[in-house]
Design a protein around this ligand. Structure first.
Ligand SMILES: Nc1ncnc2c1ncn2[C@@H]1O[C@H](COP(=O)(O)OP(=O)(O)OP(=O)(O)O)[C@@H](O)[C@H]1O
Length: 232
């Protein structure tokens, strides 16, 4: 379980006379539900919040832990447990072809090189992108790329998947496909999204506004609170 206790993220002012920037302001959350969506306007702090969950970002004050492990002090254990999917898969695909990228994720678990490549191919097949295995990642469509990135993240067998606007760059069909894949995962899945239909599928919706949680709970009510806040 992810636990956020009074976590703030503050960026110090760059110039004299400027105020510090508070990106997140004393957030406390216990994330126990299987499907959680985080929504909020552009720049409200969703990405910053999600990055706290796997230690990509450290809180300036307060504490974030995953299954009792501190995201700063136990960073490696936390990263192994919490997989992170970026909006732009090119930000996370490190190798030049899908099969190499997934094999890289398998490195800790499968020592033999040939076996690693075989397993990587199997995992890509499972996600319906096996045919892209040896293509350059730059030649893949956006949807294929996102599925390859997700396959690489899942290859590490994380207990929790955190996905930062994973459908934003996708067309309607690929968006639907990715939503389906995420919905079918056995892991706990926490996504940020601007797609309110996607958010409505979650068990719990957290609304972030200017670095604060302004609504948190059952999707219908939380989404209504977000829509009302946007209208103000
Ligand atoms: N390192 C940083 N230094 C200064 N400001 C930052 C830094 N990182 C993020 N910000 C600012 O924090 C605010 C929140 O950013 P964040 O990416 O968390 O928002 P978001 O809700 O995910 O937005 P979007 O929906 O547009 O992706 C933005 O105004 C952003 O410019």
């Amino acid at each position: 379980m992810i636990s956020v206790q009074e976590a703030s993220v503050v960026v110090p002012a760059h110039r004299r006379g400027e105020a510090d920037r508070v990106l997140l302001d004393r957030i406390s959350l216990e994330l126990t539900e299987h499907r959680i969506a985080v929504i909020g306007a552009n720049g409200s702090g969703k990405s910053t919040l999600l990055r706290l969950f796997n230690g990509l970002r450290a809180p300036t004050s307060g504490r974030v832990s995953v299954a009792g492990k501190d995201t700063v002090k136990d960073a490696a254990a936390v990263r192994a447990r919490v997989g992170f999917v970026f909006t732009d898969p090119l930000a996370q695909l490190l190798m030049s072809t899908p099969v190499e990228d997934v094999a890289l994720s398998l490195r800790a678990k499968v020592k033999d090189r040939a076996e690693r490549a075989r397993r990587a191919q199997e995992l890509l097949d499972l996600r319906g992108v096996g045919h892209t295995a040896h293509q350059s990642i730059y030649d893949l469509s956006g949807g294929e790329r996102q599925l390859v990135a997700l396959t690489s993240v899942l290859a590490v067998e994380p207990r929790i998947v955190v996905a930062d606007e994973p459908t934003t760059l996708l067309d309607l069909r690929n968006r639907g496909q990715l939503r389906e894949v995420l919905a079918g995962l056995p892991q706990q899945v926490i996504v940020s999204t601007h797609d309110l239909d996607f958010a409505a599928d979650a068990e719990r919706v957290i609304v972030v506004d200017a670095g604060r949680v302004i609504a948190d709970g059952e999707p219908r009510e939380a989404i209504a609170a977000y829509v009302a806040a946007m209208a103000r």
